[in-house]
Design a protein around this ligand. Structure first.
Ligand code: IPM
Ligand code: MN
Length: 354
C-alpha cells in the first residue's frame, strides 16, 4: 500500500517523539511491504517564528494532499506568559482542526498490566480499564464568540452548538458503542446549561435508532468523580469540546503517565493522529520524552486511516513488550533504575518489530 502522510512535528518535544514514530512506522512499512511518503510541514511556535503564522497555508495544503496527518505537540512558554501575544501556537491547532473538519476526537484510556503500580490510583480500581472518549472538537466554547467589554474590564466566551453538530458526534459515539460494549455515556451539564439541554435532547431522540445501546446521562461534575473512582464502569463517553479536554487529562492519570495515551481526530475527509500530551518545553532536546503516546497514535493511524489492523497490532505488541521488560523512558523507570532515552526506546521497538 502507498501511504501519504503529512508530518507536523510542532514544538517542544514534538520533533523528538515524532522522530521515533516515523522510525517505528518505517520499520512496519518495510516488514509489510508498504511505501510511506512523509511530507513535513510547520505548525505552532516553530511556524510563527518562520512564517508568522501557526498554521500556514502551505501546511494546510500538505495536510489536504495527504491520506493522514501525524502530529507532535504545540505550545511554547514564551506565549503562555504573555497575555498580550498577538498570535499563539494553540491558534494554529484550533484552526487546523476547524479547517480540516476534524470534529471527532477519539481519546482512549486504558491500562497496561505492567504499569498498574505507576498510577496514583489503587490498582484494584483501575485494573482492566478500557474506555474511549469521543470529544467534540470543532465547536462549543472553543469556537464561540468571545471578547471584552467595559473597556476591557469584562470578558466573555460563548458556548454554542447546533443540532447537526451534536448529531454527527453522537452518531460516531453510538457506532463506536455498537462495536464495543454497547454502553454509552452522554456527558453534559443539562441541569444548568442550555447547550447541554440541546445536547441531551438530541441524544434522547437518537436512542431509538440504536436500541441495543444502553445510554446513561450524567453531569460532567459527577463524571469527573466517578471516572477515577470506578473507571471500569465506563465504556464510550461522548462530551462537548471543553468537558472532553478536561476529562481526558484527568483520565490519563489512570494509565500511569501522560506520555502513554494516543488520540485520533477524524472528520469526513481527513484524519489526524497525535499524542494527548503537550509540548513539554522543559524537556525539549533532552532525550527524556516518552515517545510511546505518539507511536501508539501511529498505530491508530494504520488501523483507522488505512485499515491495516495487523500493522497496528504489531506496534501495540512491541510497546507492551517494552513496558513489560522495563525498556522505558525516565517517567516510567523505577527509582534509581536505569532508563532509556527517547530514541533508544524507538530503537528497541524497531528491533522487536524486525
Ligand atoms: C488538547 C490541548 C489543546 C486543547 C490546546 C493545546 C489548545 O489541550 O489537545 O487537549 O485544549 O484542545
Ligand atoms: Mn487538553
Amino acid at each position: 500500500m502507498n501511504l501519504k502522510i503529512a508530518l507536523l512535528s510542532g514544538d517542544g518535544i514534538g520533533p523528538e517523539v515524532i522522530n521515533e514514530a516515523v522510525k517505528v512506522s518505517d520499520a512496519i512499512a518495510k516488514k509489510f511491504n508498504h511505501d510511506i511518503e512523509w511530507k513535513s510541514a510547520l505548525t505552532g511556535a516553530t511556524a510563527i517564528e518562520a512564517l508568522g503564522d501557526p498554521y500556514p497555508n502551505e501546511t494546510h495544503d500538505i495536510c489536504l494532499a495527504s491520506d493522514a496527518v501525524l502530529f507532535g505537540a504545540i505550545g511554547h512558554p514564551r506565549f503562555d506568559n504573555d497575555p498580550l501575544a498577538k498570535v499563539r501556537p494553540e491558534e494554529g491547532l484550533l484552526r487546523m482542526r476547524k479547517k480540516l473538519g476534524l470534529f471527532a476526537n477519539v481519546r482512549p484510556t486504558f491500562t497496561f498490566p505492567s504499569l498498574l503500580d505507576k498510577s496514583p490510583l489503587k490498582k484494584e480500581r483501575i485494573e482492566g480499564t478500557d474506555l474511549v472518549f469521543l470529544r467534540e472538537l470543532t465547536g462549543g466554547i472553543y469556537f464561540g464568540e468571545r471578547g471584552r467589554k467595559d473597556n476591557g474590564n469584562s470578558a466573555f466566551d460563548t458556548c454554542t452548538y447546533n443540532r447537526d453538530e451534536i448529531k454527527r458526534i453522537a452518531v460516531k459515539g453510538f457506532e463506536l458503542a455498537m462495536k464495543r460494549n454497547k454502553k454509552l455515556c452522554c456527558v453534559d451539564k443539562a441541569n444548568v446549561l442550555e447547550s447541554s439541554r440541546l445536547w441531551r435532547e438530541t441524544f434522547q431522540e437518537m436512542e431509538k435508532d440504536y436500541p441495543d445501546v444502553k445510554v446513561s446521562y450524567e453531569f460532567v461534575d459527577a463524571v469527573a468523580m466517578r471516572l477515577i473512582q470506578w473507571p471500569n464502569s465506563y465504556d464510550v463517553l461522548v462530551t462537548e469540546n471543553l468537558f472532553g479536554d478536561i476529562l481526558t487529562d484527568e483520565a490519563s492519570v489512570i494509565s500511569g503517565s501522560m506520555g502513554l495515551m494516543p488520540s485520533a481526530s477524524v472528520g469526513t475527509e481527513n484524519a489526524l493522529y497525535e499524542p494527548i500530551h503537550g509540548s513539554f518545553p522543559e524537556a525539549a532536546g533532552l532525550g527524556i520524552a516518552n515517545p510511546l503516546a505518539t507511536i501508539l497514535s501511529a498505530a491508530m493511524m494504520f488501523e483507522m486511516s488505512f485499515g491495516l489492523n495487523e500493522e497496528g497490532a504489531l506496534i501495540r505488541e512491541a510497546v507492551n513488550k517494552s513496558l513489560t521488560v522495563g525498556m522505558v523512558t525516565k517517567d516510567l523507570a523505577e527509582k534509581g533504575e536505569d532508563f532509556l532515552s527517547t530514541s533508544e526506546v524507538g530503537d528497541y521497538l524497531i528491533k522487536l518489530i524486525k
